[in-house]
Design a protein around this ligand. Structure first.
Ligand SMILES: NC(=O)c1ccc[n+]([C@@H]2O[C@H](COP(=O)([O-])OP(=O)(O)OC[C@H]3O[C@@H](n4cnc5c(N)ncnc54)[C@H](O)[C@@H]3O)[C@@H](O)[C@H]2O)c1
Ligand SMILES: [Zn+2]
Ligand SMILES: [Zn+2]
Length: 355
């Protein structure tokens, strides 16, 4: 099968033939229908995060089940699924305490891939930039068949992460004020999560006019161009002293500090962006006397079998914007163009669509 292989940091991926090891007990073989282009993949391409290369990236996908291994009961061939970049075991302490996004064992049971005759563990447990994937049974979320798969793919990371950051992680309260720094594929979904939660003011902060325009389309009530004004001062002004919640959705330590500085006494800053591996952030220690909270967010605190079908239903009911999120569709051979478009800030989300 064909897959886009990253061989060295900072170089284009190459579409090559790779093979999957045979399907084992408890695993599911999925034919990839579509895979979204997320900035998290770009962190590994750029070397901001380390990866063992060669590797096939991609972690935001949807597809159709082709075969199941012994013991699989949750899905059968023909089922449509969203891929989870964190499979859950259901049994560990995190899973048992209602936090399956922090599962401590899930990834171990993913299938391996042969690249250059060497067994390679899939990226994020799936390696979605390939025609097929082998994942554990608990690494897929079954969805209704009338849901378009190219838009379902986005639920696999960006939509779940963004909407989940607002609804699950922050538990945004109706009538509250929110700021979102970075309005790309993830930030736009934080905005629509804040809309779903009933936030009164949603202030989008970005450096690009086209992104701020998209932010308005997704429900931002105010926009701040951080290339022209002091975003912290502007948000504090617009909210009369600070927002209830501020989300960082870039992956920049300085923006994390800004998010913390934007919230009011008792407010909460939620870090969604993936800052460079090993980087650190500085915040005012004095501000903790204001009971400010600095909180991490991984995968929108997803509970996949609760949240994924809900997001699909919200889209089908016209309450979640996914059509507007897909700015461009590319074949697998166009994958490097898709990443260039994201890097240049041209798109909300690009999607690789498989034949
Ligand atoms: N926590 C998680 O589970 C999780 C999941 C998915 C993605 N992420 C991370 O979220 C971040 C965003 O991902 P994405 O796919 O939306 O990326 P993206 O490239 O689509 O969006 C980033 C946005 O930030 C804006 N930006 C860049 N520098 C800025 C600055 N200094 N001030 C204001 N805006 C600025 C860009 O213009 C762009 O609109 C990445 O770091 C990604 O790795 C985290
Ligand atoms: Zn992602
Ligand atoms: Zn677990």
């Amino acid at each position: 099968m064909k897959a886009a292989v990253l061989r060295a940091v900072g170089t284009p991926m190459q579409v090559e033939d790779v093979t999957l090891d045979p399907l084992a007990h408890g695993q599911v073989l999925v034919r990839t229908a579509a895979a979204g282009v997320c900035h998290s993949d770009l962190h590994f391409i750029d070397g901001a995060w380390p990866a063992r290369l060669p590797m096939v990236l991609g972690h935001e996908a949807a597809g159709v089940v082709e075969a199941v291994g012994d013991g699989v009961t949750y899905v059968e061939p023909g089922d449509h699924v969203v891929l989870l970049f964190v499979a859950f075991c259901g049994a560990c302490e995190s899973c048992q305490s209602g936090r399956p996004n922090l599962c401590q064992t899930g990834r171990l049971s993913a299938g391996t891939m042969q690249i250059d005759g060497k067994a390679t563990a899939p990226f994020a447990g799936l390696s979605a930039f390939s025609e097929q994937m082998i994942v554990p049974e608990n690494g897929v979320g079954k969805i209704r068949k009338d849901m378009p798969l190219d838009r379902a793919a986005l639920i696999g990371c960006g939509v779940m992460t963004g909407v989940g950051a607002a609804i699950n992680t922050a538990k945004v309260a109706a009538g509250s004020t929110c700021a979102v720094i970075g309005t790309g594929g993830v930030g736009l979904n934080v905005i629509q999560g804040c809309v779903l939660a009933g936030a009164e003011k949603i202030i989008a902060v970005d450096m690009r006019a086209n992104k701020l325009e998209m932010a308005r389309q997704f429900g931002a009530t105010h926009v701040v161009d951080a290339s022209r004004e002091d975003a912290v001062a502007r948000v504090r002004d617009l909210t009369g002293g600070g927002a209830d919640y501020a989300f960082e959705a870039i992956g920049l330590p300085a923006a994390i500090t800004q998010a913390f500085d934007m919230v009011k006494r008792g407010g909460e800053a939620i870090v969604v962006g993936m800052a460079p591996f090993g980087s650190e952030v500085t915040v005012s220690a004095t501000a903790f006397l204001d009971e400010k909270v600095l909180r991490g967010c991984f995968y929108g605190s997803t509970r996949p079998r609760v949240d994924m079908p809900r997001l699909v239903d919200l889209y089908m009911a016209g309450k979640l914007k996914l059509d507007e999120l897909v700015s461009a569709r590319h074949p697998l051979s166009g994958i490097n163009d898709a990443f260039a478009a994201m890097k240049n800030g041209e798109v909300a989300r690009g999607v690789i669509v498989f034949e």
